[in-house]
Design a protein. Structure first.
Length: 294
């Protein structure tokens, strides 16, 4: 049992079906790393909270080329696309060493996605997503993206949610849900920032980076509302990947891949005249909790 005190609040968490653990937790509003500390009984009713330290870089390595852009996770390795050289690399996440590589089918690869079997790459200036055989990079099929046919398309990140592709376009400042069979738009919403660049899927939420606001957002895929945001590790964040525990971000200007700490749960606090309770969402077997004041 460990204890930390913040403004005199002690939180007692009851993990239903697991254990009872009393400790004090440092909490912040779910709007960034430097968020206001909640304490002293000033928490608002039904306010979502998240632990401090979100966005902390726990590891990084330089890109194998000149401008790391596209990024995805295949369950074991990271895949990285270099926007200037046009190369796609399979890399060891422990040190960034190159396992294999091949050329993208078109210039300016900006986004990568893994669908469980094959690799998808977005090539920006042709506004096309190519489905590739990951063993040799051979082309399986292609779909046109929403920016296809425009004079200067700006097609960026792409990700796979198990059924659909999601795509960020920074000409239209829009995130699209696409049918992978033909590229048709299933739904869309405005991106939270003016230059949407990266996308990944964590099984429930989209994670999205914007290379103008230098911010990474956790987004509700139903309506595009921002659940959480924090500053990116460097000045030009591009694509993102989720490995089941950590978020990864490729930064084009820094030519660096960052492994980032993010919460896998959300605390929602509820205050009433009789006491304070809160719920935990996003962790199996940790479905309810309660708090008491000391």
């Amino acid at each position: 049992m460990s204890k930390r005190t913040v403004s005199g609040i002690t939180l007692t968490l009851l993990f239903i079906g697991m254990l009872t653990l009393a400790f004090n937790v440092r909490l912040a509003k779910a709007d960034g790393v430097n968020a206001e500390i909640i304490g002293g009984g000033n928490a608002k009713t039904s306010e979502k909270l998240t632990p401090m330290g979100v966005g902390e870089v726990v590891f990084s390595f330089p890109g194998p080329d000149s401008a790391a852009a596209g990024l995805t996770w295949d369950g074991t390795s990271l895949w990285l696309a270099d926007i200037w050289s046009g190369s796609i690399y399979k890399v060891d996440p422990s040190d960034g060493s190159v396992i294999s590589s091949f050329w993208a089918p078109d210039r300016y690869p900006t986004g990568l996605a893994w669908d469980g079997i094959n690799l998808w790459v977005v090539c920006e200036q042709v506004a096309t997503a190519h489905k590739l055989d990951p063993t040799d990079g051979s082309l399986i099929s292609s779909i046109n993206l929403p920016g296809y046919g425009e004079g200067d398309p700006n097609s960026a990140g792409i990700t796979w949610d198990g059924e659909y592709l999601w795509h960020a376009d920074y000409t239209h400042d829009t995130i699209y849900k696409l049918d992978p069979s033909d590229g048709s738009v299933v739904s869309s919403f405005a991106s939270p920032g003016p230059t949407p660049s990266g996308l990944t899927w964590d099984g429930t939420y989209l994670w999205h980076s914007d290379c103008e606001t230098d911010t990474i957002y956790k987004i509700d895929p139903l309506d595009g509302s921002v659940v959480l945001s924090f500053a990116s590790p460097a000045s030009h964040p591009w694509d993102l990947a989720w490995d089941g525990f950590f978020l990864w971000n490729a930064d084009v200007d820094a030519n660096t891949v960052y492994k980032i700490e993010v919460p896998v749960y959300t605390l929602t606090i509820h205050t009433s005249p009789t006491g304070v309770t809160f719920t935990v969402d996003g962790l199996s077997r940790m479905t309810r909790a309660r708090a008491r004041l000391r």
